[in-house]
Design a protein. Structure first.
Length: 229
């Protein structure tokens, strides 16, 4: 997955790793009504922001170390379930993008139709429900290999059938294919962001193991938090 070279555009500092990263490699948080910390997935909410690497482990450490409050220098109510809440928002963001691709006429469903599109090399991406049968996934993979010019295309397999049904407004969605188009690229960008969050893939950066003990944390001297933006 290609990423922008450091220093070639706007950067923000992660409050956990202290590394400067592109906004796409981070998650922004702001303080909302009631002093509640809110994940700003689309980076559009008003107010001063604090940034954390695009990583479930990094967000967990930010909660554990009270990094949000220190960086914002204000009262903030931080949910102990913030990691799960961010994950759910990223899922919803991707599902909404899939719905937009569907409205644009770029999504086809049904095993036979998806298999034919894969075999013809006409799909920009494939979707397989995470709770679908393994045999179906295997057959779609075989169809991809039979394409006139076999190529690697994204295979999205992290959404359950119920989530796909919600996005597409159809029942029993197990397999889908996406045609090329801007809405497809928008969906894939959000899917990749979710995958990176779950895999702790924050722009290739390293961060401290979240399994560190509280005792270890107390023996460390915390640097001053970066300025909120």
């Amino acid at each position: 997955m290609s990423r922008r070279a450091p220093g070639t555009g706007p950067e923000r500092t992660c409050v956990v790793t202290r590394q400067a990263l592109a906004p796409d490699d981070l998650i922004r948080f702001v303080v909302g009504p009631g002093d509640v910390l809110v994940p700003d997935i689309r980076r559009k909410l008003p107010g001063r922001g604090v940034w954390v690497s695009l990583s479930a482990a990094a967000v967990g450490l930010a909660v554990k170390r009270r990094a949000f409050e220190r960086s914002l220098k204000t009262k903030a109510v931080v949910s102990p379930d913030l990691v799960a809440e961010v994950d759910a928002l990223l899922v919803r963001d991707a599902i909404q993008a899939l719905a937009m691709a569907n409205k644009a006429g770029l999504v086809s469903t049904g095993f036979a139709k998806v298999e034919a599109l894969a075999e013809a090399g006409r799909a920009a991406a494939l979707i397989a429900a995470s709770d679908g049968a393994e045999d179906g996934k295997r057959k779609i993979g075989q169809a991809l290999r039979r394409a006139p010019v076999p190529k690697d295309i994204p295979v999205v397999a992290i959404f359950a059938a119920a989530e796909l049904e919600l996005a597409l407004g159809r029942e029993h969605v197990i397999h889908a294919a996406l045609a090329p188009g801007p809405a497809t690229e928008g969906f894939l960008a959000r899917w990749r962001r979710l995958v990176r969050f779950r895999m702790n893939d924050a722009g290739g950066t390293a961060f401290i193991d979240p399994a560190e003990s509280d005792a270890d944390e107390q023996t460390k001297t915390e640097p001053a938090g970066p300025k909120a933006e």
